[in-house]
Design a protein around this ligand. Structure first.
Ligand code: UT7
Length: 331
């Protein structure tokens, strides 16, 4: 039997309405619009309202992706929500999304790979499709990072934002013209897990008065070390995903990276010798939205015509774990 081919049938995104600008942050911590823009490329980010949780953002992005694909929610076989900010420790946010969008038939689970989570989700969905186990899988990357951001820590609070992106992955015909997932490569290095983490709130350090007092439920990051790792891995992961397909970096038409820092993206693109016109950037509007950043960027790249039919697209993510992943899609 011929192996099924996985493709991207539809794509969607959602960001909350509320905008937090660099000027707003100047009033909260000792920072400046100039520092944030020149060091990160970020001008503003979106923040969820108090009543909005990750499942709400996820559901909106998912419904847009299903509409784009022309697929009804009850046709979905599985829902994967990649997130590090689930609504609650359990049940899985994916189960809440299943109910909210009416995908009654779908299996549903969360996937924890931080900012690489969407690419990890894509690898699982691709394997489900290619094995013949499922024919329609919803992969969502979604975060409400504002809830785990320490708004008194200027070294992290200027970086993050909230949002969600989603794709419908399905079984396609080779000549259908639907974007085809050619390769996905994922990896991790747990020896550097301490470089970016939320120290408390899990089984190691459950919530207590002491953990609250010491602000251990917020993101803690060694920015410089993560920066160096990111520049290296964003090139290496793409080369790994290209290898074995007889393709090399010159074949890439569009590079759609995790939007963590514009300087990281530019350095990684230089290492891959990719000209700036092949590199998609929208970090100025949304900041770092964790697992949501790659699908949001892909959605906007498609909507603006940056990604066109026939393009070879490289998606790449990296983050806490440390974990990374890259996917090559023939659009
Ligand atoms: O999603 C994946 C995970 N995260 C990342 O990929 C983030 C990776 N790291 C980065 O993007 C960068 O390291 C940061 C943007 C976090 C920091 O930029 P940097 O150029 O590495 O700055 P730095 O940490 O070396 O700090 C330089 C200076 C310091 O002052 P001194 O010691 O030189 O006097 C900081 O205290 O900038 C200071 N600083 C700030 N100043 C104004 C740090 N944060 C701020 C701020 N506003 N918000």
């Amino acid at each position: 039997m011929l192996r099924a081919i996985a493709g991207i049938l539809g794509i969607g995104m959602f960001v909350p309405e509320k905008v937090l600008t660099n000027d707003d942050l100047e009033k909260m911590v000792d920072t400046s619009d100039e520092w944030i823009r020149t060091r990160t490329g970020i001008s503003e980010r979106r923040l969820a309202d108090p009543h909005q949780a990750t499942s709400d953002l996820s559901s909106k992005a998912a419904l847009m992706a299903l509409e784009d694909a022309g697929i009804a929610a009850d046709q979905v076989d599985a829902i994967i929500v990649a997130t590090m900010t689930p609504d609650m420790p359990f049940p899985a946010t994916a189960c809440l999304v299943q109910h909210k969008i009416g995908a009654h038939r779908a299996a549903a689970f969360d996937l924890s790979a931080a900012c690489a989570g969407f690419i990890y989700g894509l690898s699982v969905a691709t394997a489900y499709i290619e094995s013949g186990m499922y024919s329609t899988v919803l992969v969502i990357g979604a975060e409400v990072l504002s809830r785990v951001t320490d708004w008194t820590d200027r070294s992290t609070c200027v970086l993050f934002g909230d949002g969600a992106g989603a794709v419908v992955v399905g079984n396609i015909n080779r000549d259908s013209g639907v974007p085809r997932i050619m390769s996905v490569s994922i990896g991790a290095d747990g020896s550097s897990a301490h470089l970016i983490h939320v120290p408390a709130g899990g089984s190691l350090r459950p919530a207590s008065e002491e953990t609250l007092r010491n602000r251990l439920h917020y993101i803690s990051m060694s920015g410089n070390q993560v920066y160096k790792f990111a520049v290296r891995i964003m090139g290496d992961a793409v080369l790994e995903a290209l290898s074995g397909m007889g393709l090399n970096k010159e074949d890439i038409d569009c590079y759609i990276p995790h939007q963590a820092n514009a300087r990281i993206i530019e350095s990684a693109a230089r290492r891959l010798q990719l000209p700036p016109e092949k590199v998609f950037l929208n970090i100025n509007k949304y900041g770092n939205t964790g697992a949501a950043s790659v699908p949001i960027a892909l959605c906007e790249a498609k909507a603006t015509g940056f990604v066109k039919s026939g393009d070879l697209v490289a998606l790449v993510g990296f983050g806490a774990g440390l974990a990374w992943g890259a996917a090559i899609v023939s659009w």
